[in-house]
Design a protein around this ligand. Structure first.
Ligand code: IVH
Length: 674
């Protein structure tokens, strides 16, 4: 291939990748599989490697590039990044409307209302459609140049849909789900956890090494245009004169914007919107701390102007904090599956955002020391990510005079062995492999829904099994008889028989779920599936080396090392042997997919099925060689529709994609097994 040909193909690949990024991250309507996308990326990287001088900073391969910085350069914002005036009640919102209507001498005013995303404000500049620089808000006048970190945000377009020069503003944040996963990963790895998504985003954005930022799942939504070079707008596009048009232009340029903004014809509609989101905030995938209300007509913005701190044409309606006060009764420590010891505050039960809460994780010793939570303390609790309760602060003014700082135990509360810090970990661990607390957690994980899915084997039963000596680990489960189980407390013959049946059924789950269930460090569900798909049988894992594992896609040195260490241990090899002897399937179920009805088929599931959970259908589709896709596009082969299907069904009908009901779908799969 000569350079001209390479240049052409590179440009085509970049356009295609940008289009798929836009479809995936902005429009939420992917058209190709992850595999097909990866293939495009690989081809682009290959060509760029052969012709390195053709690499440009906006190439999709350059999201994570560059060496760690020494520090951040200072950026002067083109126009100041102002803050917002706050209102804490609907009366204040009405007063705001009355005040500016008086100033403008207007009967009624139109407003645009948007969720107030609880993240970090950033400013992005684009030159002729190419992302050039991104900065934090800083003091509003001067921010920090975090371009390298912002490049790693996958939803941020590196090239716009039109070669426009502009400066836009928005919020960087982390989705609740991504935040929970990140923290779980950190807790598991013995690293300090983040108190809330906002802190996690701030930490990620201020990383000196963009490669670290790239491992933190940041997202961005844009909401204003601070500067627009009019001559760069393509023919037929016009300069926005309202905030509603700003939102539309941002979207047309390819920026992610919230779909929940609304144009309100008067303040009544604004109040209704505030009221609605105050109640429904937890339905959003990210945290919001209020609603931003903006006068729609931009000419009024100029007339109203700003104070030094904030514009007169906008207002933030802040939701009342979802917080409560309680008193710490005791501090417990919990020993996890991998031996990590987690302190936990138990407080008097309080109502918080609709549920009763009485415990909050204190994560680790460093966190506990920083918060200095003590028994008897009055504490402020809130829900982080609207789901996980956390202790925000201690009311020091109410602290009992005789209170003492809590000291972490030096020995495992369960087995008594000495606790240690491994390497540089903040976490304390019990490294006794025979620790019963770890055995209990290990069994619970093995039996969990996404692992071997043994119904009825929860924490209480796992504890009984370990305490009674009936089962120390997964290897012991499959030889249990119902008579043995029936001797346990609160276990009748009927539940004992059901449990034996559930254990029995789990033999066929296959290698991927078995591997995940073993709880090998760094082997989550995805990695377990990859391993099973590539290696096919447990034997291949027993003989794998770090090198052979690292040669597999997506397996890094840390994971490879952890797998080899796991299978090198005598007791683990024995357990695998025991499981195999008891007839637990050691091969990947996906092996059956050769020539299967669903091979290479892309399937969308919508609505509720009566006989299977969502997870189970997805698993079934994968087992039969199909790919589960979340949205309906022309590339989808068919849609399985259960009860109360949503807009996906309508869309499938519009596109003429076949729709199967539950029964037809299951018959199709059964027909194949027969
Ligand atoms: S407009 C001049 N819209 O809230 C006003 N801000 O407390 C510019 N924020 O600094 C801000 N969501 O970082 C606006 N939809 C939204 C927002 C939003 C979150 C942040 C922004 C601002 C802060 C003020």
């Amino acid at each position: 291939m000569n350079e001209a040909e390479a240049r052409l193909e590179i440009e085509q690949l970049r356009r295609a990748i940008e289009r798929h990024d836009h479809l995936y991250y902005v429009l939420n309507r992917p058209e190709i599989t992850d595999e097909a996308y990866d293939a495009l990326m690989r081809r682009l990287a290959e060509l760029e490697q052969a012709f390195p001088h053709l690499i440009t900073p906006e190439s999709p391969t350059q999201r994570v590039g560059g060496a760690p910085a020494e520090g951040f350069a200072t950026v002067q914002h083109r126009t100041p990044m102002l803050s917002l005036n706050n209102a804490f009640s609907l009366e204040e919102v009405e007063a705001f409307d009355a005040r500016i209507r008086r100033l403008l001498d207007a009967e009624t005013l139109e407003y645009v209302v948007e969720p107030k995303i609880d993240g970090l404000g950033v400013s992005l500049s684009y030159e002729r459609g190419i992302f050039r620089q991104g900065a934090t808000r800083g003091d509003g006048e001067l921010g920090e140049d975090v371009t390298g970190n912002l490049r790693t945000v996958r939803s941020l377009p590196l090239r716009l849909q039109a070669p426009v020069s502009c400066e836009v503003r928005g919020e960087v944040f982390m989705r609740k789900e991504d935040f929970a996963r990140l923290n779980a990963r950190r807790e598991e790895a013995g690293e300090a956890v983040f108190a809330n998504p906002r802190n996690a985003s701030a930490g990620a954005l201020r990383q000196l090494d963009p490669r670290v930022t790239a491992t933190r799942p940041l997202d961005i939504l844009l909401y204003s245009i601070a500067f627009l070079e009019e001559d760069t707008l393509p023919e037929g596009w016009s300069v926005p004169t309202t905030q509603a048009q700003v939102m539309e232009l941002l979207r047309a340029l390819g920026f992610p914007t919230t779909q929940h903004w609304q144009l309100c014809s008067d303040i009544e509609a604004v109040l209704a919107y505030c009221d609605r989101w105050q109640n429904e905030r937890s339905a959003l995938p990210f945290e919001i701390d209020g609603v931003v209300i903006k006068v729609n007509d931009l000419s009024y913005h100029e007339r109203l102007g700003s104070t030094a701190r904030s514009p007169r044409w906008a207002l933030a309606f802040k939701f009342p904090a979802q917080q409560a006060i309680s008193v710490v009764q005791r501090i417990e420590v919990n020993v996890g599956r991998t031996g990590v010891v987690t302190p936990l505050a138990v407080f008097e039960p309080v109502q918080l955002a609709g549920t009763t809460v009485s415990r909050a994780s204190l994560h680790n010793e460093a966190y506990l020391r920083e918060k200095d939570v003590r028994v008897g303390d009055t504490v402020v609790v809130q829900k982080a990510g609207d789901i996980i309760p956390e202790i925000v602060s201690v009311r020091l003014d109410l602290r009992p005079a005789d209170s003492e700082p809590y000291r972490m135990p030096t020995h495992c509360p369960d087995c008594g062995s000495e606790l240690v810090h491994l390497d540089e970990e903040v976490a304390l661990r019990c490294v006794n492999r025979n620790c019963p607390a770890q055995a209990v957690e290990g069994l619970v994980h093995f039996a969990s829904r996404n692992a071997m899915d043994i119904e009825g084997l929860g924490p209480a039963l796992a504890e009984q099994l370990v305490k009674s000596g009936l089962a120390r680990g997964p290897g012991d489960l499959y030889s249990l008889t119902w008579e043995q189980l029936a001797q346990l407390e609160r276990m009748g013959p009927k539940s004992a028989k059901n449990l034996v049946r559930a254990i029995d059924a789990s033999r066929q789950r296959g290698l991927a779920r078995l591997l995940y269930g073993l709880g090998i460090r760094h082997v989550g569900e995805g990695t377990a599936r990859d391993l099973a798909a590539h290696l096919g049988h447990m034997d291949a894992l027993l003989s794998a080396t770090e090198e052979s594992l690292q040669a597999l896609p997506d397996i890094g040195p840390r994971t490879a090392q952890s797998i080899v260490e796991f299978f090198a241990r005598h007791e683990n090899r024995k357990m695998i042997e025991q499981l195999a002897e008891q007839g637990v399937l050691m091969s990947a179920v996906a092996e059956q997919t050769q020539g299967s009805v669903l091979t290479d088929k892309r399937v969308v599931v919508t609505g509720t099925l009566s006989s299977l959970s969502r997870k189970q259908v997805e698993e079934l589709i994968r087992q039969h060689g199909g790919t589960v896709t979340s949205s309906v596009s022309r590339n989808v082969d068919f849609v399985v529709a259960g009860a109360s299907p949503g807009s996906k069904l309508t869309r499938a009908q519009e596109l003429g994609i076949p729709v199967l009901d539950e029964e037809t779908f299951l018959n199709m799969l059964r027909g194949e097994n027969a």
